[in-house]
Design a protein. Sequence first.
Lengths: 118, 404
Amino acid sequence: MDVVRDVLDKSVIDRNGREMGRVDGILVELRPNQPVHLTAVLIGPAALGDRLHPAVGRLVRLIERSFGVDQDRPARIAFAGIDAIDTKIRLRMTITETAVAAVEQRLRSWVLRLPGSR
Amino acid sequence: MRKLFNLALGIVTSIGGFVEVGSISTSVQAGAEFRFSLLWAVAAATMFLAALAEMAGRVAAVSKRSMAAAVRERFGFHFQIVPLGAEFIIDTLLLTAELGGAAIAVKMLTGIGFQWGVLPLGLVAWLVLWFGNFTVIEDGVGLLGIVTLSFVVAAWQLHPDVAPIVRGFVPSIPHHDLTRYAFLAVSIVGATVSPYLLNFYASGAIEEKWTAEDLWINRLTAWCGMGFGSAVAMGCLVTAAIVFGPQHLKVDTYEQAAQMFVPVYGRWAVALFALSLGIGCFGAAVEIALNAGYVLGQAFGWTWGIDKKRRDVSRFVAAFSVVLLLGVGIATIGFDPLRVTLISVALTVVIMPLVVLPFLVLMNEEEYVGTHTSGPLGNGLLATLTVLGALMAIVVIPLEIFGG
């Protein structure tokens, strides 16, 4: 498997088919004299920011902290939690078991106050 | 039968949705300053747009991915950030210009000051997005936009000579102001081939659940819809050429442009021009804001869709609301819509190679278009467009400075 081609930037969906975002980063473990060990995929704009420049990642974290949605973000999904990889990355878990939904939930609480949102 | 109805509706709405602030301003200026001799630029830009829209629709129908999603997956975020960032800026500027154009139309009709018009227009646009669905937005905008056919009727009623119009479809060197001529030619392309139109078209294909079986609808809608739509822009250019051309007028305001309807529509001229401008611009503003939600949702993998319950797509809702707010904010400060249009058109041309290049790759990969890959003709066209796009991107800023 070519991780960059087959995993990075692919759409991620949970067990129920809900869109969770995209694979914004990949976490690998380097051990001496051993092949690179793929640990987890990262979902969240902070991981995306880190890819552009560490300063962008820090800025995104700062913004997330100011909105109180920085806990456990970017979400870290262990490779073992991936059920299948095809055109999308399908997970064994639901979105609510991760920190991915924090921003969506915060925005939803505002959207729900408006008439016609349901 | 239903598919035929949808096809007809798609073509009609493409005509109605074609004209907006960019195409009106560039066509009027081209006609007024160079008579019919820039008609070829409108025709070429339309072919450019129709070919790309058809391809974006093909990717969407076959792979269920819009261009924003396909580019992120195929080329990665490092590549995408440049066209994505540029598109976000262009969409915001264009939205500002469209709201400005619509507010000027309201001012022409009611006398209400320009800045006072922007706020309620922004609010109405948001309400349309909040309560509307894709059919209401696309068909409503398109059907109301049929009023823009008044440009074609005006051109027809002025009984132009056919020979100079036909000659206008062949590129020629002008007798005066070559820089200005080149600037307007490039601007016409930039105003016509807006990235928002391509992604909006592809997102619509996904919203309407097109499949590979609908590719013939896609082809006809893209080519006929855009083709007939460009007739409106050509009608605008021809009318301006006949009315303003003999005096070589430089049209700097929409109020001035409205005068081109006087010989045909008399005392209804300003009202009809204002309606055409207002509906064209307002419809485009709604579509641009919606497209901002689409692009961000698709690039970042959020749940998106104007037909979904708003509580299920809160990030998508936030995206189109914030962009609309930004557009209203900038327009309220009071930037000249014509100037903002020219800047966004120039930026569109600058990023054109980055918009076109991914098509060349995606249209040849089975993962994105199945067995419907591009043949030698399609690839040749895309390669030509990429080279032309790169050339235009190099010359557009100098042209904007010296000819704009």
